[in-house]
Every structure is written in structure tokens, then in C-alpha cells.
Design a protein around this ligand. Structure first.
Ligand SMILES: [Zn+2]
Length: 306
């Protein structure tokens, strides 16, 4: 019999890419770290107060990406695809060193992060992994947009409805179940934007590094990228990837059912803030003496109190 324990990387990873927002080259080093330390970012281009914890309480301006900031105003942007890779690959504790104010965008998906994690492998640590178990339904509305989380036994389901005023993207709805569904198409799905929005995004000083190499660009009912889509559900799958990454900012994996229509970084962050504001909404569980057959499929958690 084995427990489900926390994991870190076997060895460090080095990755290079460009920043989506500033368009500059970014070096990323992900290092193993000790149990119970969580996911921690370090801005190595900043001398002092350069540690930023991957926590939903540190999220600011979640407009086009998720940005984290520490008490001294040092920030790191575009963490969500990397956080989603940590969620799905079972990484609990690492130090992420970055020499720029943002994580490199890579190809606009999580696939390079996942490949890098798999190339070194993960290592089990001694402490059991903790999970958040949802006890009560919590929901957040913003006009016609909403997101909710409700109890679900030992699994995570994200039921995502995307509504886009574009003839190609249209309305798409997909349900993703962590224990059953293959994460590959979620990891592979790239961020996307409308061609007509590019000017206004760039005028805001954002997406200087954006290109067809790291985003799907849609004009009317055409995809401007030569190779088209990687899978039929790439738009909504990317939104599920973002949601998974943003949930990982709770500091733990969650057992719950998330439903959203037109969700995004800001709405997911509002949900986490509301959910964790009342201790009656959740409990923390772990697994002792459970045979671990599939790291994303769990049975019989042991309550250890909030
Ligand atoms: Zn994204």
C-alpha cells in the first residue's frame, strides 16, 4: 500500500522563450524544492524581495493573463500555463527562477512545460499531498458570465462554456474530468485572439511578443495560422487549461465540480477568493494507505481538518 505523497522534480529544468507582453527573451529555470514549500517564483533579475508565492491572494490585474505580485511590488505574469502543467503532472514543490517579469509564452500552450517536466521526471517526497475538498457550493456572477464550484467526490470536473462573438469560435461547451480524460489535448491547446483585437491589445502595451508562433489568430471565419487548429476543441480546451492553472493557485489540488460560462482569469480568481473566505466551504484531506493506481484518480481520502 502506498500513500499519495507530494512530488518535486528529479532535476532542474532550463527553458528559454520570449515574453508575450514585453517581447524579450526570458530564461526559466525550474528547480526541485523541499516538501511543503509549494510553487515559488523567484525574479533573479531583481536583487531584493524577489520571491513571489504562487497563491491566488497575490493575483493582480488578471486581464489577458494571470499576474502575481508580492508585498514589495515585484511581479511575475503569465504563470497560468506553467501552473496547469504542475497541476496535471503532479508537481507540488518547485522553485521557478525567471529573469524577466513574465514566464515565457513558448508556443501559447503548456506542451513545452509538460515535455520538460517529463524529460527529468518527478520524485516522490515523504509528506502526504493535501487536497481541498469542496463542502458547499459557491458561485460568482458578472453580468451574463458566471463561475461556480460545488462538492464532487475525489475528482475535478471543469464544465466550460465559451461564448465568443465570432462565426468560427461561436459557443463551445466541453466538460473535462481529470480522472478520465486525457490531458494531452488540454496541454496542447494554444491561447487565441481575434485579429481585430490585436491593435487595441498592443495599444495597451500588451502582447508585444505575440505572434502566430504563440497564439491562434482568428479573422472572421478564418484561422490565420498555416497549420490551423491542433484539435477540434482547441479554443475551449485552452480555457480549461487556463482554469486548471488558476485553480493551482489555491496552493492545492481541488476535489470539486466547476461550472462556468465565459469564465476567465478574473472570474476564477474571484471565485477562489470567495470560496476560501469562509472556512465552512472546504476541508483539507489526504490519502493514507491507499493504493495509488492513477495519480489523477483517487479513492477514500482521509479528512485531516482545515
Ligand atoms: Zn492561456
Amino acid at each position: 500500500m502506498s500513500k499519495i505523497n507530494q512530488k518535486t522534480l528529479r532535476e532542474k529544468i532550463n527553458l528559454k522563450g520570449i515574453g508575450l507582453h514585453n517581447g524579450k527573451e526570458v530564461n526559466l529555470t525550474i528547480k526541485p524544492s523541499k516538501q511543503n514549500s509549494g510553487i515559488v517564483f523567484k525574479r533573479v533579475d531583481v536583487k531584493n524581495n524577489n520571491i513571489i508565492h504562487a497563491n491566488f491572494k497575490n493575483v493582480v490585474e488578471p486581464v489577458l493573463c494571470t499576474k502575481l505580485i508580492n508585498d514589495n511590488g515585484v511581479s511575475v505574469s503569465t504563470v497560468e500555463h506553467l501552473m496547469a502543467a504542475f497541476y496535471g503532472e503532479g508537481v507540488d514543490n518547485v522553485l521557478v527562477e525567471v529573469d524577466a517579469p513574465e514566464i515565457p509564452i513558448m508556443d501559447g500552450s503548456a506542451v513545452d512545460f509538460v515535455d520538460a517536466i517529463r524529460s527529468v521526471g518527478v520524485e516522490e517526497q515523504n509528506e502526504p499531498r493535501k487536497f481541498i475538498k469542496v463542502l458547499k457550493k459557491v458561485e460568482v456572477f458578472d453580468g451574463k458570465k458566471f463561475i461556480s464550484i460545488e462538492p464532487l467526490s475525489q475528482d475535478l470536473i471543469i464544465d466550460f462554456e465559451l461564448i465568443f462573438n465570432n462565426p468560427l469560435i461561436r459557443t463551445r461547451r466541453k466538460e473535462f474530468k481529470l480522472s478520465n480524460d486525457d490531458l494531452t489535448p488540454i496541454y496542447n491547446s494554444r491561447t487565441f485572439c481575434l485579429y481585430e483585437d490585436i491593435d487595441s491589445i498592443k495599444r495597451m502595451g500588451l502582447a508585444k511578443g505575440g505572434s502566430l508562433d504563440n497564439a491562434i489568430v482568428v479573422q472572421g471565419n478564418k484561422i490565420l495560422n498555416d497549420d490551423g487548429l491542433r484539435n477540434r476543441h482547441e479554443f475551449v480546451y485552452h480555457k480549461i487549461l487556463d482554469c486548471l492553472g488558476d485553480i493551482m493557485l489555491s496552493g492545492n489540488r481541488i476535489f470539486g465540480l466547476i461550472k462556468t460560462s465565459q469564465g476567465g482569469h478574473a472570474l476564477t480568481n474571484k471565485l477562489l477568493k470567495k470560496f476560501f473566505s469562509d472556512k465552512a466551504n472546504w476541508s483539507i484531506v489526504n490519502f493514507e494507505n491507499i493504493e495509488n493506481q492513477n495519480q489523477n484518480s483517487y479513492e477514500n481520502p482521509v479528512a485531516i481538518g482545515a
